[in-house]
Structure formats: structure tokens, C-alpha cells
Design a protein around this ligand. Structure first.
Ligand code: PMP
Length: 344
């Protein structure tokens, strides 16, 4: 901060952070920083439309990609919790080119791309959905999305704002072995300061202004303070530490499931990388429609129970739980202890 927090020009830490990210995300041959995940997604979509010359985009029900108007259609996160189908203030013209399909539904994806493929600019996916609880994509679903978008000349965007640096390999794209055309990042890469980024192949990123015709800018984008925080965090998130985090999460998820099943036999705990999802229903859902009202109700009492025992879990059933390197074995034992007593 002493060296300056905003210059309105590129600074060295921006280049350093881009290189640190590219090491783990080779699909991001070029990268551009924004100030939030919302902006990263908004810009990636504009770039996909500018690059392909097409208007329509495909997203998935319960997928949250920030609060850009075109994406507030059957979105997850707070939009779901508040029971708002989209959002007041979003015009119908802003969402008329957004097609929403069920997550993990290979038939719906195939059918839509077969019928309208030549009009689709991009398919945007959270490769592990983290805004309707935690729902990992089936590997075959991601592979199909990769193949079909390529065949139809549409771009595949992985929104890794949540999943980025939450797998030992880097993000979900390395974990699943599927290389998207564009990637969006945020959260972890800013070390707690405002940040977002989107990246992809040189051939696509070249279409951004000033080299190309797709406009994108931001006064505080890539500011040196966020870049320094991000660099510090990424330098600590070595492969070994991310592996340790994933291993701890897996063991904890099993422990939590056993603890909860003492009084709630039909409960499932899901994990992916350092992320966790808790479901008070017999089978973990594979898409938004499989989440039962009973689960939502019981999760609410779970939240209140845990809070009474000094544990703050996400207040909404549509949020995800995250493991941190700061969580000690003692912390985790305390959470399990509280979970064992939940009889909801
Ligand atoms: N994409 C995903 C997958 C997200 O979870 C979020 C935020 N939760 C965003 C985009 C938007 O990021 P931001 O809140 O930084 O604008």
C-alpha cells in the first residue's frame, strides 16, 4: 500500500500474478484482471459474443455467475435464498438471449446445441456448482460440453470464481481434465481484496481492446494492492498445501456425515477439493430440481443449531462450506461435536 494503490496503468505485480495464475491454469494463455468476479464473467461473455458474432448464451439453473443482468436468470446464491426468480430491475430484453438448462443434463445440452448451436456464443458452467449447495458436474457432462461447443463453434467458459485454487491441481479444469476456451476467476486470487480475472487462448483474448474490437476496462482493475495480496496467498497455496486441504476436507466430510447420521439417517455430505455441501435428503442432488423443500427446511434448523453451539455455517442451504488452512484439528472436532447433537 505504501508504494501506491492505484495508477491507472499496468504494474509489475499484475504481471507477476498473471504468471502465477498461468502456471496452474495453462488454458489462460492471456489474462486480464477486473475488480470482481461479476465483471470477469460479464467481460468474458462480451468477449465470447464479440469473438463468435453470436448473441445467445447457455447457462444452467442454479448457476450463479455474478449480478450482471443477462445472468440473473434462474441464478443461484442469494438470488435463490431470497426466492427471487431473477431480479426486479432486469428487463426482459436483457435476458432474452439467455437459455437456461438443467445442470448435468446431457440430453438437454445435446438437444439445444443441435437445434440452436449456430446461434450460441458460449456455454458458461460452474464446473462444480457452488451456489446451489455443492453439486459437482459429472465428468461426462463437462466432456460433452467441451465436445459439442467445439463442434458448433461456440466457446466454453468455466466459471472458476469459486473453484479456482480449491483443488490440488489448481482449478476444476485441471481436476476434470477439460480445457475451456475462457476461464473466469476471483475470490482466492485476490487474497481477500477486490479482484476478478478472465483468461483464455491468445487467439480469443486478442479480440479485446485495445488490440481488438471488444471493449473492456476498469479504473481499479488489477490494482497493485489486490495483486500483492493475491500473490502472497498463491505463493502459500502450494500443490502440497492444496492437497492437504483436499485430504482434510474429504476426511472431515466423512466425519461430518457420520456425525449427522446419528440422528439424521437420510443425510449426505458431499465434498470436492476444499469445498463441502450438506444435504438433509436421502440422495445428494445432481441438479437444482433435485434439491428437496424438506432439505431446505432442515438446513435452516441445522444452521440455528450450529450457531447455538458457536459454529457459523453458511446461513443459506444454497451456499457452500469451505475448508481453510487456518482450521485446526481442534476447530474441526468442535464442529463435529456440535453436528452430533443435531436432531432436526
Ligand atoms: N461466479 C461465481 C461462480 C460466484 O460464486 C460468484 C460470487 N459468489 C461470482 C461469479 C461473482 O463474483 P463477485 O461476487 O466477486 O462479483
Amino acid at each position: 500500500a505504501r508504494r501506491g494503490t492505484s495508477f491507472g496503468a499496468a504494474t509489475l505485480p499484475e504481471v507477476d500474478l498473471a504468471e502465477a495464475i498461468r502456471k496452474r491454469f495453462p488454458a489462460c494463455e492471456r489474462l486480464r484482471f477486473t475488480s470482481s468476479g461479476t465483471e470477469a464473467v460479464m467481460s468474458a461473455i462480451r468477449l465470447a459474443r464479440g469473438f463468435t458474432g453470436r448473441d445467445m448464451i447457455i447457462k444452467f439453473t442454479g448457476g450463479y455467475h455474478g449480478h450482471a443482468d443477462a445472468l440473473l436468470v434462474r441464478a443461484g446464491s442469494g438470488v435463490l435464498t431470497l426466492g427471487v426468480p431473477g431480479s426486479a430491475g432486469v428487463t426482459s430484453s436483457a435476458v432474452k438471449d439467455t437459455v437456461t438448462l438443467p445442470y448435468n443434463d446431457e440430453t438437454a445440452l445435446r438437444k439445444t446445441l443441435e437445434q440452436a448451436g449456430s446461434k450460441i456464443a458460449c456455454v458458461i458452467i460452474e464446473p462444480v456448482a457452488a451456489n446451489m449447495g455443492l453439486i459437482p458436474a459429472r465428468p461426462s457432462f463437462l466432456k460433452l460440453a467441451r465436445r459439442l461447443t467445439r463442434e458448433r463453434g461456440a466457446l466454453l467458459i468455466f466459471d472458476e470464481v469459486v473453484t479456482g485454487f480449491r483443488f490440488p491441481e489448481g482449478g476444476a479444469q485441471q481436476h476434470f481434465g477439460v480445457r475451456p476456451d475462457l476461464t473466469t476467476l476471483g475470490k482466492v486470487i485476490g487474497g481477500g481484496l477486490p479482484v476478478g480475472a478472465f483468461g483464455g487462448t491468445k487467439a480469443i483474448m486478442r479480440h479485446l481492446a485495445p488490440d481488438g474490437p471488444v471493449y473492456q476496462a476498469g479504473t481499479l482493475s488489477g490494482n497493485p494492492l489486490s495483486m500483492a495480496a493475491g500473490l502472497t496467498v498463491l505463493s502459500r497455496l502450494t500443490h502440497a498445501r492444496l492437497q492437504q486441504l483436499s485430504d482434510t476436507t474429504k476426511v472431515f466430510a466423512d466425519g461430518l456425515q457420520s456425525a449427522l447420521r446419528l440422528h439424521n439417517p437420510d443425510c449426505a455430505v458431499v465434498s470436492a477439493g476444499s469445498m463441502l455441501g450438506i444435504y438433509f435428503q436421502p440422495k445428494a442432488p445432481t441438479n437444482f430440481d433435485e434439491i428437496t423443500p424438506g432439505h431446505i427446511k432442515r438446513y435452516r434448523s441445522f444452521f440455528r443449531h450450529m450457531l447455538r453451539h458457536g459454529v457459523y455455517v453458511p446461513p443459506s442451504a444454497y451456499e457452500t462450506l469451505f475448508m481453510s488452512l487456518s482450521h485446526t484439528a481442534r476447530d474441526l472436532r468442535r464442529v463435529l461435536g456440535a453436528a452430533k447433537r443435531f436432531n432436526g
